[in-house]
Design a protein. Structure first.
Ligand SMILES: Nc1ncnc2c1ncn2[C@@H]1O[C@H](COP(=O)(O)OP(=O)(O)O)[C@@H](O)[C@H]1O
Ligand SMILES: [Mg+2]
Length: 318
């Protein structure tokens, strides 16, 4: 049987002397929503960056539908993979609609960039893209904001525009890194409903790889959950299996023990973030390092986006 979808095989990543991922294998089959959870520092973002081609593994391999995959950040769209950016990652100088059109750029046959900047290329393509971008916005319930500048919109709407921008490329696999970050509970519920229906869409059904601290979201949307701890997979299973797995509870309790007010893994607790292993100056340093890695990787993507669609201004909100 051919191996459908994305698969990671025995992936290892090292940062200097630190093993960030060790023998990590997982699959995201077509039509499924797969979540990756784990305490801070477990390796979630590193794993995400491996799939995006931002971090190169020192061991293991990736496959897409059974064929070797060497992801490159600027070539993901071409192979049907889209990601939302940490932060929001919209072009501040473009309207919501234009941002989504930019996301759909790979669909344009005759150079969407040219059309966007008014060069004489193809009016017909531009109209087609515009119609499609409206449809995507409408599907996410935000077509009414099409002509707004992203920076003027509430955070939750901006996040949704980011999602529309990713979906406009009609991906068959969507990568989400902490999409619930900064959202209020109601917004998280709406996001969950949106994510759940992505694999079930009549047109362009899309698998999802979701890296997320937010336990409620992961438990409610994922078909399968992979739990990382210290860079290793400690459990894989359905939300119910993960909830009942003593090794998972141990990992989170270990994390919660050291952080005074960090919530535990209780999936029904309605709380968001999970604990970190060490609530000390050391872990702050660790976080600072991975933040630096994240902004670096955004810079990489920003550069490649700029090549495709003009100037990118990140962080249109503070
Ligand atoms: N660019 C980097 N350089 C050095 N260490 C890193 C880098 N990125 C991540 N790490 C380390 O790898 C481990 C996993 O980090 P990360 O993937 O960010 O975890 P998570 O997203 O689960 O919180 C942490 O110990 C982190 O400090
Ligand atoms: Mg992370």
């Amino acid at each position: 049987m051919p191996e459908e979808g994305l698969a990671l095989h025995h992936i290892g990543v090292r940062f200097g002397g630190l093993t960030a991922l060790d023998d990590v294998s997982l699959r995201v089959p077509a039509g499924r929503v797969v979540g990756v959870i784990g305490p801070n520092g477990a390796g979630k973002t590193t794993l995400f960056n491996v799939v995006c081609g931002i971090v190169a593994p020192v061991a293991g391999s990736l496959t897409l539908d059974g064929r070797a995959l060497r992801p490159r950040p600027h070539r993901l769209a071409g192979i049907g993979i889209a990601r939302t950016l940490q932060g929001i990652g919209l072009f501040a100088g473009l309207t919501v609609l234009e941002n989504v059109m930019a996301g759909a750029g790979r669909l344009a046959r005759s150079g969407f960039g040219a059309a966007l900047f008014g060069l004489p290329r193809s009016d017909r393509d531009e109209r087609r893209l515009r119609t499609w971008a409206y449809e995507v916005l409408d599907g996410l319930g935000i077509a009414g904001h099409a002509h707004a500048a992203p920076g003027t919109l509430p955070f939750a709407v901006q996040k949704r525009v980011g999602l529309a921008r990713a979906l406009a490329a009609r991906p068959r696999l969507l990568l989400l890194d902490e999409p619930a970050g900064g959202l209020a509970a109601d917004d998280v519920d709406e996001l969950a409903a949106l994510i759940r229906q992505l694999p079930r869409q009549a047109t362009d059904p899309c698998a999802v790889l979701l890296v997320e601290h937010h336990m409620d979201l992961v438990m409610s949307v994922c078909d399968e959950i992979v739990v990382l701890d210290f860079g290793r997979v400690i459990a894989t299973g359905s939300p119910a299996e993960i909830r009942d797995d003593p090794a998972v509870a141990d990992a989170y309790l270990g994390a919660a023990d050291t952080g005074a007010d960090t919530p535990g893994p209780d999936p029904d607790s309605g709380t968001g973030d999970v604990g970190s292993h060490t609530a000390t100056a050391h872990s702050d340093a660790v976080d600072a390092r991975s933040d630096a890695a994240a902004s670096h990787s955004d810079a990489v993507v920003a550069h490649s986006d700029a090549v495709e669609a003009g100037p990118r201004v990140d962080g249109v909100t503070s």
